[in-house]
Design a protein around this ligand. Structure first.
Ligand SMILES: CC(=O)SCCNC(=O)CCNC(=O)[C@H](O)C(C)(C)COP(=O)(O)OP(=O)(O)OC[C@H]1O[C@@H](n2cnc3c(N)ncnc32)[C@H](O)[C@@H]1OP(=O)(O)O
Ligand SMILES: CC(C)C(=O)C(=O)O
Length: 581
């Protein structure tokens, strides 16, 4: 028997060459006049967070009471007005948590409605109502599965028996909430989910929902919520949208119904399904932060919210402190947010590749230049301004062997205030590229900064190091210089060199030529201030040309003339080092 089983297992293991016998294409509803493709989303839906229920039931280690409370407060702070707080009939932890919320004054904000889920079984419904009793606003959420697969395999129920199960549960809910002896009256709302809606006959889902509606008798002021789950995502998201449009247009007394979506992410398209479902007429969306939830998760509410936001539509949720949201979610769920998670992953505002870095830094500069006149966000590769989620641009650009000069220059600018001329960017970009290629790993800004100091002799002397100097004026456009210079390498030692020219720099060039017989020309030169006030410094960049080659030097000093002279020494040292190779 066991050998036989292994044989079968062996034969069937692995992907099939022809999967068509084992897997059948999903057949959607026939909807030739579908309207949703021509629509656009123009407002945020009603949101319900089911992190504390569907999210929690999917965790290897479900949240304890303390974690649930922390999470509940987070959800309230983010702006959720409907929160499914648990499945109180499942465990004492869930029951006690709901009671704690209800019984502790001030824990549930006045404008927040809590909801709890119950299967359509009398004792479980009663226990759920018991948990919610006494809170100001509560939604009792009832469910039973309606699809043929569940009818046949799980419940072994006929259609009629499935319909009766829903009706029986609805009646229990009505009776128990009507007669609930509450010292503080609860404003009860009712929600019904035909579980497995995505795989059920659309007309049967409608029939069950109509039956539940006739028992609960909603009004326009207090509509019933029909939550239509893609309990399992069955096919492309357009098929879910078709089902939603069909339901939304066929259900009677539509004005007394709130159509709600509850997409799971089995095919990775829950976000698309939720968006198309809204086009198809849904008013409300249920999901979890960062897509936690059964199997591949519930639809990710963070992505949905930012998808709206980046279209210029307020999601009515505030994720400004996204880092904190991630920290709390990871701590409570014990599941990390993926580094490439839309909007939230720690790599989504990061570019390693050179051409992306170049485009981003140009885009950020262009945005900064025009934002007072035109605040429209248009920056290559960045659909969201990282500042909106409290992130810094500095985190955007990171350097490895795929990076180019633009990213390196951007980092030196943002971290050290150094605005390198383009030709120097090219030169130093190549130095960084060589270094990172050899290292085979990402470089930190500290490493890039050290490499810049070493390459341009900013901290440790090169072949020539200017210790001190005096300048004297011989009349307009004529200067003399006397410098104390430390020399390394051949003829090492300290010496005094003297020269003259029409400015300090050309006087130094003359002194170096006289003393060391070094012949070169000054090419490009630029300087700028770093910082402001008493701490201001000057940065100078000088290009020297010798033997048909160009070498850049950098000098930083409190004094602008000294920074220029140091930059010349830095460039000449680099040229001399190269000549000595
Ligand atoms: C798609 C969803 O996410 S639905 C929510 C799912 N969440 C959970 O299940 C988390 C909490 N659940 C639990 O703690 C338990 O499953 C309980 C307390 C609800 C029930 O526990 P048990 O009575 O031990 O039953 P069990 O867990 O085996 O559930 C299966 C039984 O429930 C029945 N059932 C399942 N869903 C429903 C429903 N909506 N209405 C009525 N009966 C249902 C099944 O037919 C099965 O009955 P059977 O034992 O007669 O065959
Ligand atoms: C009970 C329903 C809403 C559910 O969680 C699902 O079908 O996924």
């Amino acid at each position: 028997m066991s050998a036989n089983f292994e044989k079968i297992a062996h034969v069937t293991r692995g992907m099939l060459k022809d999967p068509s016998k084992k897997y059948k294409a999903f057949k959607g509803v026939h909807l030739p006049n579908r309207q949703w493709p021509g629509r656009v989303i123009s407002k945020a839906p009603r949101w319900l967070s089911t992190d504390l229920r569907d999210g929690n039931q999917a965790l290897p280690d479900p949240m304890n009471g303390e974690e649930k409370l922390k999470y509940f407060k987070l959800l309230c702070n983010l702006g959720f007005k409907e929160i499914e707080v648990g499945f109180p009939s499942a465990s004492q932890t869930d029951f006690a948590f709901v009671r704690h919320l209800v019984e502790t004054p001030g824990l549930i904000p006045e404008d927040v409605t809590i909801s709890a889920l119950s299967p359509s079984r009398e004792h479980l419904i009663l226990r759920t109502i018991e948990a919610l009793r006494g809170t100001k606003n509560a939604t009792l959420h009832l469910y039973n599965a309606v699809s043929p697969l569940f009818r046949d395999v799980v419940f072994r129920n006929s259609k009629q028996e499935t319909l009766e199960l829903a009706k029986k549960g609805a009646r229990v809910v009505t009776a128990a909430t009507k007669h609930a002896a509450e010292s503080t009256p609860t404003n009860w709302g009712f929600q019904y989910s035909p579980e497995t809606f995505s795989d059920a006959e659309p007309d049967f889902s409608l029939e069950v929902c109509e039956a539940v509606k006739s028992i609960w008798r909603p009004t326009s002021a207090q509509p019933i919520i029909f939550n239509l789950p893609a309990t399992v995502e069955m096919s492309t998201p357009n098929t879910y949208a078709d089902l939603i449009e069909y339901f939304s247009t066929q259900i009677s007394e539509r004005e007394k119904v709130c159509v709600s979506l509850h997409p799971h992410n089995d095919r990775g398209t829950a976000v698309a399904a939720a968006e198309l479902g809204q086009l198809a007429g849904a008013d409300r969306v249920e999901g979890c932060l960062f897509g936690n939830g059964e199997r591949t998760g519930n639809v990710d509410l963070v992505t949905l919210a930012f998808n709206l936001y980046t279209q210029g539509i307020s999601p009515n949720l505030d994720f400004s402190k996204l880092d904190e949201v991630i920290r709390i979610t990871e701590a409570c769920n014990k599941i990390n947010v993926h580094p490439r998670h839309p909007y939230a992953g720690n790599l989504v505002f990061t570019a390693f590749s050179g051409s992306h870095q170049d485009a981003i830094s140009k885009g950020l500069k262009a945005y900064d230049d025009r934002k007072n006149v035109d605040p429209t966000w248009k920056v290559p590769y960045l659909p969201l301004d990282p500042h909106d989620v409290n992130s810094e641009y500095a985190a955007i650009i990171r350097v490895n062997s795929q990076s180019g000069k633009g990213g390196v220059a951007y980092l030196l600018k943002t971290n050290r205030g150094l605005d390198l001329p383009r030709a120097l960017q090219v030169e130093f970009g190549a130095v960084v590229k060589d270094y990172s290629d050899n290292k085979g790993k990402e470089l930190t800004i500290g490493e890039i900064s050290d490499l810049f100091n070493t390459t341009y002799f900013l901290e440790f002397p090169g072949r020539f190091w200017l210790d001190d100097y005096t300048l004297s004026s011989n009349g307009p456009r004529s200067k003399s210089i006397s410098c104390i210079v430390d020399v390394k390498g051949r003829n090492a030692g300290r010496c005094v060199i003297e020269g003259s020219g029409n400015g300090p720099m050309s006087a130094l060039v003359d002194a170096l030529r006289r003393q060391f017989n070094i012949v070169f020309d000054i090419g490009q030169y630029s300087e700028h201030a770093i910082g402001s006030g008493n701490a201001v410094k000057a940065a100078s960049y000088v290009e020297v040309k010798a033997n048909n080659r160009s070498f850049w030097g950098v000098g930083i000093d409190d004094d602008v003339t000294s920074s220029g002279l140091k930059a010349v020494m830095s460039a000449v040292s680099r040229a001399a080092t190269e000549a000595a190779k």
